[in-house]
Each structure stands twice: as C-alpha cells, then as structure tokens.
Write a protein that binds this ligand. Sequence first.
Ligand SMILES: Nc1ncnc2c1ncn2[C@@H]1O[C@H](COP(=O)(O)OP(=O)(O)OP(=O)(O)O)[C@@H](O)[C@H]1O
Length: 241
Amino acid sequence: MDYAVQVDQVSKSYGHKAVLDNVSLQIREGQIYGLIGPSGAGKTTLVKMLVGMERADRGNVTVLNETMPNLELLQEIGYMAQSDALYAELTGEENLSFFAALFKLGKTERKRRIAYAADLVNLSGVLNKRVSAYSGGMKRRLSLAIALIQDPRILILDEPTVGIDPQLRLSIWSELQRLKEVEGKTIIVTTHVMDEAGRCDVLAMVRDGRILTSGTPQELMAHYGASNLEEVFLQAGGIQV
Ligand SMILES: Nc1ncnc2c1ncn2[C@@H]1O[C@H](COP(=O)(O)OP(=O)(O)OP(=O)(O)O)[C@@H](O)[C@H]1O
C-alpha cells in the first residue's frame, strides 16, 4: 500500500499543554483526506507537522516515505496556512512570481503555472493590483494559488475556503477533485464546513488532540446512525442529538 503520509504515535505539547496526544493516521496517495474538529482541537498543529513547520515531541511523521521535517520535500508539498502570508505591498502577480522563484521551475513553466493558478482562483483580472487592496476572500484565493504554484504532489490546505463565496468554493472543490482524479494528487484539508467534509474520501474527527474516529463519510454516518455529518461531528464530540 502506498501512503503519501504516515503519522505514527505523535504527541506534542506547548509548555504544559498537550496539543496532540498519541495521534496515528495514514493517508493514501491520491486521496482527499479531511480533518474536522472544533476550534483548538489540534488540526493546525498536525498539518504543520506534515509540512515540517512543527516537530513532534514523540512519534514519527513520514511524507512520501521521508521523515519530516525535510526541506527537500518542500517542492512536493503545497501548503496554504490558515492566515495569509502575503506581501501586501506587492501585486498579486509579484507575490506569485516570488513564491514560484523559490522552486525549481523553468521560465516558461513558471509563467504557465502563474497563469494557471491565477485563473483557477479567478484572480487573473486583478493580478496587477497590490495585495493591500485585495479583500479577505481575494487574499485567501491568492494563498491557494501560491500553494499550487510548484505543482506539488501533496496539497495541505488549512481551512482553504474561509471567506470565499459559495460559487467560487464550488469551483475550487471541483478543481481539487480534478487534481485528485486526473493528476493523482493527495489533498489534505482542514474544514469546519460539513458540505466540504462530505466531499472528502476519508475524514478524521479531531478533538482534544486525539483522533476520535475516522472513515469515509458514509462509514461515519453508519457508525453513528446519523443522517448527516453534522450529527456525526456532534455525537463524536459527546453531544447528544
Ligand atoms: N505556538 C503555540 N504556542 C502555544 N500554544 C499553541 C501554539 N499553537 C497552537 N497552540 C494551542 O494548541 C491548541 C491547538 O491549536 P490548533 O491551532 O492546532 O487547533 P485547530 O484545531 O487548528 O483550531 P482552529 O480550528 O481554531 O484552527 C490550542 O489550544 C492552541 O491555543
């Protein structure tokens, strides 16, 4: 079995606060894997470990069979953080060019990737505007385009569609689906949006630094005898519905 990501008995504390507690999971290549759970559950900390931005206190994280953190792997991991890390004084295009230049891309390929990523998130018409004049949703869209810029094998998206209107959210999800199906990308998303959770192949419910349960959306609904994922989410968290 080919796993893009393996997390093995990982724990992490900040000071005295345990944020991840003995977490294990496997993500198959070519899967959309969703992490859902309440605010503060540890989702961001977990995805930061997959990118190599945080180190586990105990346990092991492997991405594409390499132990993380590993700088070499950044070419293969596109990461969209929860808060946008953009250069406000530069234009959208300059931001894309800046991040594209960090990766091994030829000049023509770089141009092609910038045009593709900008088009995907509907920013082609405003690429010459400074980011300081972008709305919150536009900044999220630019961050998503940056995550895709080097054509990575793995996309890690921390709440990618917050602040994005429903129409564009749909088109982003259909592109994520295409990237999975046609290009075989592995996509890991954190989300609070149940409709998005339902589009994942596998979901893990995270709470208090632990994975309470995981499975396909259908498996989880069957397991909890629930008619929708919102109910699963509440029941997994111990709330009677
Ligand atoms: N650098 C840090 N230093 C200290 N505590 C931290 C740090 N980063 C995260 N935490 C704490 O770890 C816990 C888990 O945070 P994390 O951001 O991983 O949760 P989350 O599930 O992503 O939440 P949200 O859905 O709100 O983004 C929280 O209690 C948070 O306050």
